[in-house]
Design a protein around this ligand. Structure first.
Ligand SMILES: O=P(O)(O)OC[C@H]1O[C@](O)(CO)[C@@H](O)[C@@H]1O
Length: 569
């Protein structure tokens, strides 16, 4: 291996790609797409999933150059080091083994020379047993009632992944059948409005609260947990907490200190990053309570099938690698800093928010893994909405404003098909017409010549012109069941890792979230001192002092009332 402190931008393949940008900029996507042979070799199929990357501003030559870049970045070695449980998260001295969370029972994945798969399955078995007891009514609440409603408290990685999967499964016919009569809600924000929304219409007697926090110290989660503990013990007495609150954490000491019986805690490990934890008890427990363990196991199997593919497929046929390399091409060479995630499925409405964290918390870094400031940008600005909703919102900018590479995600078989007599096409086909149309609209655009032929008035020609040449991926899934949802998740997780491996950063730490947290501590102390002892605002700059003082004046009057309303309702 070359010296680990050498930046990738200093290598020949990087420089070669830089020089190659001019060649690519000369060729419009319209021309690239007309080369059928090129397009044929820009399709990757795996396990029923088809990736079409022919609408990337890239030639076969670009791909070869990207492969050289992958070699220079030691991509293969880095992937292997991850799967081998080496401590690749060097700033936290941890391995990165979310792949072990979905490894088949009996397989071997080592961390520090110890096979972690048996531990993973021990927790999965415990979740299966517990969720079946709750669902069957063998485990009941303090007043003997079945616990049919679950509130999962957690934020960031302890929330977004489980929310994405829950939302995606909600309309899957098989999963929905298992969820009849049950509700799963997520309490993430420390905003008391989120508490109010979560408990609205729920009875503490029939509610199970799952506190999900890797560290069990996250301020938002712990305050929400204390608030719901109050809600339960206020209604049912403090002894009810044992029956109505369970926890998911790596910190079982703090779980016990909080008042939750460690027997009712579900462990995971420091080698699972928060944003990569949906396949641990973080996601598996709440999802199994809602849908039953068997459905969730299919989700894990889907993710595992992609892990195996990512680990073993040659780069040219490797979905996450192809996606990752071309994303690096778009960001670092073509200079497109954003990425739109556009699933043509309402069931995937929480996919973009989840990927936003996975991607931006992983790859939004300013220094290399060795701490050297980077002379190039890393990470994308990820955002997205399901199609067709997005089309009526931000697509204008994507078509005629800035160039934003898009991920179009389509599904062959709808979870909820509707065929109306007399309609030209089924409702799902109507949706998918847009999935097929948009990538071409972005790639081809529309020229002034075409508009003239259509007799468009002269003064509107420039307004109605589409420059085109806007890249996109099309990813087509056979259906959207638990298995496919697991596959989709793993494709994106590994794609993001590939990008980070190429950029030479640590995609598995998140120091950038700390500064804001510690400044909030200072503000919290000030709010306490001002509210309780009437102390003036001190120690802040002019701006913060002014706004804080104003806030303290107004908020004082309504504060207690609001809290009482929530706790007592
Ligand atoms: O699960 P925890 O420890 O409560 O952390 C929640 C989230 O907070 C972060 O540490 C920072 O926002 C995320 O990485 C993590 O997913």
């Amino acid at each position: 291996m070359a010296s680990s402190s050498a930046l990738i931008c200093e290598t020949e393949p990087w420089k070669d790609l830089r020089a190659h940008v001019d060649d690519i900029k000369k060729t419009h996507l319209r021309e690239l797409i007309s080369d059928t042979e090129r397009c044929q070799s820009m399709m990757v199929e795996f396990d029923g999933i088809l990736l079409d990357y022919s609408r990337q501003c890239a030639t076969l030559d670009t791909l070869n150059k990207l492969k050289n870049l992958a070699e220079a970045a030691h991509l293969k070695e880095k992937i292997n080091r991850m799967f081998n449980g080496e401590r690749i998260n060097s700033t936290e001295n941890r391995s990165v083994l979310h792949v072990a969370l979905r490894a088949p029972r009996g397989s071997v994945i080592n961390s520090d020379g110890k096979n972690v798969v048996p531990d993973v399955w021990q927790v999965l078995d415990k979740i299966k047993d517990f969720s079946e007891r709750v669902r069957s009514g063998a485990w009941v609440g303090a007043t003997g009632k079945v616990l049919k409603d679950v509130i999962a408290i957690g934020i960031g990685g302890s929330f977004l992944g489980p929310l994405f999967v829950h939302t995606a499964l909600q309309t899957d016919p098989e999963a929905a059948e298992f969820a009849i009569g049950r509700q799963l809600r997520f309490l993430a924000n420390v905003d008391p409005i989120d508490v109010a929304r979560n408990i609205a219409g729920l009875n503490p007697e029939t509610t199970l609260v799952v506190v999900v926090s890797k560290t069990f110290t996250t301020a938002e989660t712990m305050l929400n947990a204390r608030t719901l503990r109050e809600w339960i013990s206020g209604a049912l007495g403090p002894q009810a907490v044992a029956k109505h609150m369970v926890a998911v954490s790596t910190n079982l000491t703090l779980v016990e200190k909080f008042g939750i019986d460690p027997n009712n805690a579900f462990a995971f490990w420091d080698w699972v990053g928060g944003r990569y934890s949906v396949c641990s008890a973080v996601g598996v427990l709440p999802l199994s309570l809602q849908y039953g363990f068997a459905v969730v196991e299919k989700f894990l199997k889907g993710a595992s099938s992609i892990d195996e593919h990512f680990h073993s497929a040659p780069f040219e046929n490797n979905l996450p690698v192809v996606l990752g390399l071309l994303s690096v091409w778009n960001v670092s060479f073509l200079g497109y800093p954003a990425r739109a995630i556009l699933p043509y499925s309402q069931a995937l409405e929480k996919f973009a928010p989840h990927i936003q964290q996975v991607s931006m918390e992983s790859n939004g870094k300013g220094v290399s893994i060795d701490g050297v400031p980077l002379p190039y940008e890393t990470g994308e600005i990820d955002f997205g909405e399901p199609g067709t909703n997005g089309q009526h919102s931000f697509y204008q900018l994507i078509h005629q404003g800035r160039v934003i590479p898009c991920d179009f995600i389509g599904v062959v078989k709808s979870q909820q098909p509707v065929y109306l007599k007399g309609e030209l096409v089924s409702n799902h086909d109507e949706l998918m017409s847009n999935f097929f149309a948009q990538p071409d609209a972005l790639a081809y655009g529309k020229t002034p010549e075409q508009l003239l032929k259509e007799n468009v008035p002269h003064h509107l020609i420039s307004h109605k012109t589409f420059t085109g040449n806007r890249p996109s991926f099309s990813l087509l899934l056979p259906s959207l069941n638990a298995y496919n949802i697991g596959q989709l998740l793993a494709i994106y997780e590994h794609r993001i890792a590939v990008e980070g491996f190429i950029w030479g950063i640590n995609s598995f730490d998140q120091w950038g979230v700390e500064l804001g947290k510690s400044l909030a501590t200072q503000v919290r102390k000030q709010l306490h001192a001002s509210r309780k002892k009437g102390e003036p605002v001190e120690g802040f700059n002019f701006s913060t002092t002014t706004v804080l003082t104003k806030y303290l004046e107004v908020k004082e009057r309504t504060r207690i009332e609001a809290i009482q309303k929530i706790i007592l309702s």
